[in-house]
Design a protein around this ligand. Structure first.
Ligand code: SF4
Length: 264
């Protein structure tokens, strides 16, 4: 009887990237850390405030010298080996014993749309730097596949008042349960039009999903940025923080800061 031919699973070595650069994290709980940003194309949501380029492109842009604003391009899809060589060159350029880079920021779009690929890339990337995943927090099955390689997960709770789309509460709940296996930061983008009721619902989800006094959960209120400025009155922001804190959550208010630093 003929023996069926089996093939080893193919290692996916190329990915559709938008941009790669070294910069300072401007949001969330790793604010101020130097990271290598790797932005993947594609997203499963259409938030009304989105200003992130995520549509697939023929070329990925790569900053030649960090902070210089000058770019070269790589053809898409990009090879893992090309990315690894770039990151090594960034790290080698640092003169002495201590490298400035803290971690990778794997971002999008929605990087978890590429979970099959990420689970093949992460073991290699993790040998260079620890990994932070930035995600809209809606694809729990995809997160499960890559969790073993993640040190930090920064997930959104997408509030309908800001995105214009119904909040996927159940997906966020399932996602958060898994994300808490890493160090998790939950980010809520808020605006002047955010009703208190949305924050109460978000707070209930958080306290009902995370174990009480979870040391691995950070909660960040991020005032929406419009034309480079915070779009929300100070009094409203303080009130929104009070609402979440009233549930026993440890809440920080952190606006997007990269726009003040003239950095990507
Ligand atoms: S999830 Fe992020 S990348 Fe996707 S549309 Fe919303 S803001 Fe843009």
């Amino acid at each position: 009887m003929p023996v069926p031919v089996t093939h080893a699973p193919e290692v996916q070595t190329t990915a559709p990237l938008i941009e790669v650069f070294s910069s300072i994290q401007g949001e969330g709980s790793l604010l101020g850390r130097r990271q290598v940003f790797v932005r993947f194309s594609g997203c499963n949501l259409q938030c009304s405030y989105c200003d992130t380029p995520y549509a697939p492109r023929q070329e990925c842009r790569v900053e030649k010298v960090p902070g210089s604003g000058t770019f070269t391009t790589w053809d898409n899809p990009v090879k893992l080996a090309t990315l690894v060589a770039y990151v090594r060159s960034l790290m080698d350029e640092r003169s002495s014993c201590q490298d400035s880079h803290h971690s990778f920021a794997i971002t999008g779009g929605e990087p978890l749309l590429h979970a099959e690929l990420l689970k093949q890339w992460f073991p290699c990337l993790q040998r260079l730097l620890p990994i932070q995943l930035e995600t809209n927090g809606t694809l729990p099955d995809a997160l499960r596949q890559v969790l073993p390689w993640l040190d930090w997960v920064v997930m959104d709770i997408k509030l309908e008042s800001q995105t214009g789309e119904a909040t996927p509460w159940e997906a966020h709940r399932a996602f958060l349960r898994l994300a808490l296996q890493a160090q998790c930061c939950v980010k809520l983008v808020v605006g002047d039009s955010t009703p208190d009721s949305e924050l109460h619902t978000a707070a209930e989800l958080l306290v009902n999903t995370a174990p009480p006094y979870s040391s691995n959960l950070d909660v960040v209120l991020q005032p929406r940025t419009v034309n480079g400025s915070c779009s929300i009155s100070g009094s409203k922001l303080l009130r929104q923080q009070d609402i979440l804190s009233g549930y026993g959550l440890d809440v920080r208010v952190i606006p997007q800061t990269h726009c003040f630093m003239q950095l990507l």
